[in-house]
Write a protein that binds this ligand. Structure first.
Ligand SMILES: NC(=O)c1ccc[n+]([C@@H]2O[C@H](COP(=O)([O-])OP(=O)(O)OC[C@H]3O[C@@H](n4cnc5c(N)ncnc54)[C@H](OP(=O)(O)O)[C@@H]3O)[C@@H](O)[C@H]2O)c1
Length: 314
């Protein structure tokens, strides 16, 4: 069973390998693991020039260059690990990098390579709303990814975050910037989609506890969401209130957003993607019957503090 303390075949191993360890979530998972005195390898295609450290800045991780699409580099990266975390993202399809290739096939390859290497704990980062039957190719790939990982690595743990917030996020930061410059704020549809934004550090702590084997659990899926559910409309108003900005809201049909996103995806720095629009079409809140942050002993934090962190950085 996954997420039990290390057994004999892994005695002495205290290495966690984090694929996507330089990303928005991944680098925080790395830091939280280092805080727990775990040895960490952060894997990405473009290692950072700066070291990835624990929160005191004293314990560095090892950074490894590998591509999840290259099976030989996967095997080398996972060798000797007690736990592996897959925190790789793909938000826009380009050439051979499709949602199916990255979120399904490569996730299965990583889980199988981890199983073959004797890894004891495998944590797959997915997302709330993942659905193998969805009409959206992105949401479907996330759901299929969960299925193939569980098949390749029995006992794998799936962590599904809600939309994540933090000082360098792509969500609240964008809303905060736009409410300050736009006279009228365009909503996704009527702005009724319900969201439960979660602070990225809380998700990182949850993943680090699971990957470090700090929690013996039989649960195979955790949904990590924040303390409050907002409609998108309420969320924009809350950000504006926190920033002391008056805002007028304007509904914009989803069909218009889809057209804008299709055009935006051809830009070098993509400001809006079709999968973001797809995700905004349906509620994105944690299921009541699945464990989450509270079951891992974490008290989730709201968006107010995040808005002020973003404000201070601006
Ligand atoms: N952000 C959110 O609000 C949110 C919400 C729910 C779920 N999630 C999920 O959480 C996970 C992490 O998302 P994130 O926002 O932290 O992603 P991110 O900031 O885009 O980071 C992605 C990481 O993956 C690495 N990577 C990408 N392709 C790779 C490849 N082929 N081989 C090796 N490394 C690769 C990137 O480094 P290189 O580019 O240098 O390789 C980077 O370290 C994803 O599964 C995402 O779907 C995110």
């Amino acid at each position: 069973m996954a997420n039990q303390p290390a057994r004999n075949n892994l005695a002495g191993k205290n290495m966690v390998t984090v694929f996507g360890g330089t990303g928005f979530l991944g680098r925080r998972i790395v830091s939280r693991l280092l805080d727990k005195s775990v040895d960490v390898r952060a894997v990405s295609r473009h290692p950072r020039e700066n070291k990835l450290n624990d929160s005191s800045g004293k314990r560095p991780s090892r950074q490894i260059k590998a591509d999840i699409l290259d099976p030989s580099s996967i095997a080398a990266a996972v060798a000797g690990s007690r736990a592996v975390v897959n925190a790789i993202s793909l938000y826009v399809e380009r050439g051979g990098q499709t949602f199916e290739r990255v979120h399904v096939e490569a996730a299965a390859d990583l889980a199988a390579a981890s199983r073959d290497a004797g890894v004891e704990i495998f944590v797959q980062i997915s997302g709330i709303g993942s659905d193998p039957k969805s009409r959206s190719s992105y949401i479907r790939a996330r759901g299929r990814g969960e299925e193939v990982v569980k098949a390749a690595f029995p006992g794998a743990v799936i962590v599904r975050p809600a939309v994540m917030t933090g000082p360098d996020d792509a969500f609240i930061t964008t809303i905060a910037r736009l409410v300050q410059i736009l006279p009228i704020y365009p909503l996704f549809g009527e702005g009724r989609t319900r969201l439960q934004p979660v602070y990225v550090e809380d998700v990182a702590e949850a993943v680090s506890r699971l990957a470090a084997g700090k929690y013996a659990t039989d649960a195979s899926i955790f949904e990590c969401a924040g303390p409050r559910i907002y409609s998108y409309r309420e969320l924009v108003r809350e950000v504006a209130t926190q920033l002391k900005v008056r805002i007028r809201l304007m509904p914009v049909p989803f069909a218009v957003w889809s057209m804008l996103a299709t055009a935006a995806e051809s830009l070098p720095a993509v400001p809006l993607t079709r999968n973001q629009v797809d995700l905004m079409r349906r509620d994105n809140v944690a299921a009541n019957d699945l464990p989450g942050l509270a079951e891992l002993g974490i008290q989730s934090r709201g968006i107010e503090a995040v808005v002020h962190m973003i404000e201070r950085q601006a």
